[in-house]
Design a protein around this ligand. Structure first.
Ligand code: NDP
Length: 475
């Protein structure tokens, strides 16, 4: 075979990734798709790519130079398992199978273990950036073995997005580490999107500004510390007019947010790791709440505040919302990085959190200026226990917290739901509290379940004889 890399699955993501690979010096790209029409179409539309087409897995394997390296971009789930099984039949020890789809990381751990038995390398690689990223340069999060990374690294570096001269790809860790980090990336994306949506809602309902006017606010924010892809596209969406109604497009889009599962996976994982990823959870639940029209109809008549609080100074309120958004965003990322750190500890991965923040600076959906600040925080202190306590973020939170409180108070008073803003503030206040009512929870647990408690004044575990003479015993 002559091709140094192959792509399996030529729907939009695979086709774009294959074209990206083919456009880089030194790559010859073999392509295969289950139904041959997609392969033929890709070849006809992109003769410049010099693709080596294959119409069976045997032909595909024969077209690849050793070690064979193939990236699978098919539907996540059963389709991915089917393609892996087919490739394992025709590949040989030392070859490399990469799953570039959105696999659930436990599936990747399972697949890696099974494929490794055959001597073939299996790499689960998270790829972010959607269609455009796949074509022009995504952010890539590969797991798998060090041996596979030797071959794969240069190829992935050649197609990844570039941030400040650095390709947005790094070997995240073994087996499922790449898909784990991609999952958390998506969870953070949920939180970021929800925070922006809450900011829009608060400004619109608070000031009465039109979506097009609010688009200008976001465009302005995009020139400051909030500069990011998601803020940029928010302005585009808000500016868009609907041809049919003549009004803003956002007003004719059904207000029920969909989800493909990565937010829920992140929250489920955070729950089982015991990491309070409350911003991501609220964002995921907010999508769920929006998608229950029957319950929303049933609740539609419930009372809200009798009088909405008036905003004395709309411009000052908008600046408050901006600061609340920035503060809540710091919380969401801090929580996301906590999930990664805890996941790494649980699964034995050594994940460089600074490197993760650097490869998210370009190519992916959450790309933002902000990630440079995170990279700097980890560069200054690689073992940072809490991202939001790094000097830059602590200062920003200190600067923004008064505005944050005013915004959450306004939302509460006006009856405007701002779950991600409010829960991020509660998380911040919870972490910084000198004493938490967790002491009372421990007392309750000891009362009904004899779960015992520790004391602030001496070591050991204690139990109060609640149903006896209420004296305390050491347990
Ligand atoms: P789809 O998820 O729509 O999958 C379509 C592809 O899967 C086709 O090539 C199809 O082949 C193939 N396929 C389906 N079932 C089988 C099967 N049983 N055996 C072999 N091949 C099968 O394609 P996308 O390009 O949208 O996404 C590809 C992957 O990338 C997915 O895992 C997705 O989650 C992930 N991803 C997508 C992003 C996006 O923005 N769309 C972003 C990041 C990741 P056929 O033509 O024969 O039907």
């Amino acid at each position: 075979g002559t091709a140094n890399i192959g792509v399996v699955g030529l729907a939009v993501m695979g086709a774009n990734l294959a074209r990206n690979l083919a456009s880089r010096e030194g790559n010859t790209v073999a392509v295969y798709n289950r139904s041959p029409e997609r392969t033929r179409t890709l070849l006809a539309e992109h003769p410049e790519a010099g693709f080596v087409p294959a119409y069976s897995v045997e032909e595909f394997a024969a077209s690849l130079a050793r070690p064979r390296t193939a990236i699978i971009m098919v539907q996540a789930g059963a389709a991915t398992d089917a393609m892996i099984d087919a490739l394992v039949e025709v590949f040989e020890p030392g070859d490399i199978i990469v799953d570039g789809g959105n696999a659930y990381f436990p599936d990747t751990i399972r697949r890696e273990r099974a494929v490794r038995e055959t001597g073939i390398n299996f790499v689960g690689a998270g790829i972010s950036g959607g269609e455009e990223g796949a074509l022009k340069g995504p952010s890539i999060m590969p797991g798998g073995s060090d041996e596979a990374w030797q071959t794969l690294g240069p190829i992935l570096r050649s197609i990844a997005a570039v941030a400040e001269g650095e390709p947005c790809v790094t070997h995240i860790g073994h087996d499922g580490a790449g898909h784990f980090v991609k999952m958390v990336h998506n969870g953070i994306e949920y939180a970021d999107m929800q925070l922006i949506a809450e900011a829009y809602d608060l400004i619109r309902r608070g000031t009465g500004m039109s979506p097009a006017e609010i688009a200008e606010v976001f465009a302005e924010w995009n020139r400051g510390e909030l500069e990011s892809y998601l803020i940029e596209i928010t302005a585009e969406v808000l500016r868009q007019e609907d041809a049919a109604s003549g009004g803003p497009l956002v007003d004719v889009i059904l207000d029920q947010a969909g989800a493909k599962g990565t937010g829920a996976w992140t929250v489920q994982t955070a729950l089982s790791l015991g990491v309070p990823a409350s911003g991501i959870a609220e964002a995921t639940f907010a999508r769920s709440l929006s998608s229950h029209p029957e319950q929303r109809a049933a609740a539609a008549g419930l009372p809200g505040p009798a009088v909405a609080p008036a905003l004395a100074d709309p411009a000052a309120f908008i600046e408050d919302v901006r600061q609340a958004l920035y503060a809540s965003k710091i919380v969401a990322y801090s929580q996301g990085f906590d999930v990664i750190r805890a996941g790494a500890a649980e699964h034995g991965w050594s994940i460089d959190l600074g490197a993760v923040s650097r490869i998210w600076r370009a190519g992916c959906i959450i790309r933002a200026q902000f990630l440079n600040r995170i990279a700097e925080a980890y560069a200054a202190e690689p073992g940072l226990p809490l991202l939001l306590s790094a000097p830059y973020f602590a200062e920003a939170l200190g600067r923004g917290q008064a505005a944050w409180r005013r915004v959450v108070a306004h939302a509460t008073g006006a009856g405007i739901p701002a779950p991600a803003f409010a829960s991020s503030l509660a998380y911040y206040d919870g972490l910084r509290a000198e004493r938490l009512p967790a002491a009372l929870v421990q007392g309750q647990r000891d009362f009904f379940g004899a779960h015992s408690y520790r004391r602030v004044d001496r070591p050991g575990s204690f139990h109060t004889l609640w149903s006896g003479d209420r004296s305390e015993v050491e347990v």
